[in-house]
Design a protein around this ligand. Structure first.
Ligand code: PLP
Length: 385
């Protein structure tokens, strides 16, 4: 049999999705893969039922159904503070996952260097490999996960095509301040690089932090490719609706890449999602309040279990330090914890390049009773510490 492609040897299967399989096997509370166990907004579900009964069963326009792009342009213009044109600035994709891949393939030639902050959401490594780009890793230093400005400048000075910016960040929960973003933007301008964002947690930010869209900083729209999705904001990770927002030149390229990758996102779901995109501002305030409550109660359970962690500023993950437990590494710890404690987490090493083995990531996009059950089980960790 002929050999499969060499590039497959350069990355492994997703550790996050693997941990979900381990969770199912051991009937553990699954705090590994980041998806909610509560329902999406009922108005959105009603709109989906209605859309299925309607006439939306064939391909939508490849770069997005017109009603969806119009509603998205209106919503994002409001939040990003930019006048977005639904016909010139948007490509609708199958989640932010496809949006990021499209962005990478639109701007990177094989061998181009791309800055990725460490720790990073595991897709970015695979995105770089699949598009032939060369990752240049720049660490974020705990406890606040700040970057060293000189280190970042040196990375840009080495010649890069783009920087990937996950903001708010998975797995650290970092929300980049406006000042940090301005520093990154200035370097991108100085060294003529693109910024590719992943902003799926744009509406999940905790007080006193605020989300700033780097595309909205002066002169940054032209060199920013903003990727995001409806997955987290409307609790519909399985709907696979995302988008790229960028300048018309970049969008012209992104349309081509997207067309040949997937043709388009599900037509009836785009139609249904118009309802969500038109939700009033109150919806986002409630979302923030709900996640703040979930975060605070989950952190209280971690406190009760005597665990050390970095308090997230945004997104819905928390990195927990497991140094005090005597395990050979974080993967062994996570498998043991799923089996013996009944809570599944992701080994922190899957977010790093260097051998960091003392962190695990848990998420709290769960109903209160699920978090309480996880909290109750986590108390048993003390018996092992
Ligand atoms: C940072 C980040 N980006 C992208 C995704 C996936 O987004 P989507 O469902 O829009 O593909 C996730 C999912 O956990 C994520 O954490």
């Amino acid at each position: 049999m002929p050999a499969t492609a060499n590039r497959l040897n350069l990355f492994t299967e997703s550790v996050i999705r693997e941990m979900t399989r381990v969770a199912i096997e051991h009937d553990a509370v699954n705090l590994s893969q980041g998806f909610p166990d509560f329902d999406p907004p009922s108005a959105l579900l009603e709109a989906a039922r209605h859309a299925i009964d309607g006439d939306h069963h064939q391909y939508a326009i490849t770069w997005g159904a017109p009603r969806f792009r119009k509603a998205l342009a209106q919503k994002q213009s409001h939040w990003m503070g930019l006048p977005l044109d639904p016909d010139a600035h948007i490509v609708v994709t199958c989640g932010s996952t496809e949006a990021m891949m499209v962005a990478m393939m639109t701007v990177c030639d094989p061998g181009d260097r791309v800055i990725i902050f460490l720790p990073f959401y595991e897709n970015y490594g695979a995105d770089a490999i699949l598009s032939g780009a060369q990752p240049v890793y720049v660490p974020l230093y705990p406890p606040d996960y700040q970057f060293d400005r000189d280190e970042l400048r040196r990375a840009f000075a080495g010649g890069v095509k783009a920087l990937i910016l996950c903001n708010p960040a998975n797995p650290t929960g970092k929300v980049f301040s406006r000042e940090e973003l301005q520093y990154i933007a200035d370097l991108a301008r100085e060294y003529d690089a693109f910024i590719i964002t992943d902003e799926v947690y744009e509406h999940i930010v905790y007080e006193p932090h605020r989300h700033t869209y780097i595309a909205s900083l002066p002169d940054m729209f032209g060199r920013t490719i903003s990727c995001s999705s409806l997955s987290k904001t409307y609790s519909v990770t399985g709907w696979r609706l995302g988008y790229v927002i960028a300048s018309p030149d970049v969008i012209a390229g992104a349309r081509k890449v997207h067309d040949f990758l997937t043709v388009g996102a599900a037509a009836p779901l785009q139609e249904a999602a118009v309802t969500a995109l038109q939700f009033p501002v109150d919806y986002y305030e409630q979302l923030r309040a709900d996640y703040t409550r979930r975060r605070d109660s989950f952190l209280a359970y971690l406190d009760q279990a005597g665990l050390r962690y970095t308090k997230p500023q945004g997104a819905y993950y928390v990195l927990v330090d497991i140094s005090e437990f005597d395990f050979e590494d974080d993967t062994a710890f996570c498998v043991w914890m799923a089996k013996e404690i009944g809570v599944a987490a992701v080994p922190g090493s899957s977010f790093f390049q260097e051998p960091v083995r003392n962190l695990i990531r848990m998420h709290f996009a769960k109903r209160e009773e699920t978090l309480a059950e996880a909290g109750r089980r986590l108390l048993r960790l003390r018996e092992r510490a």
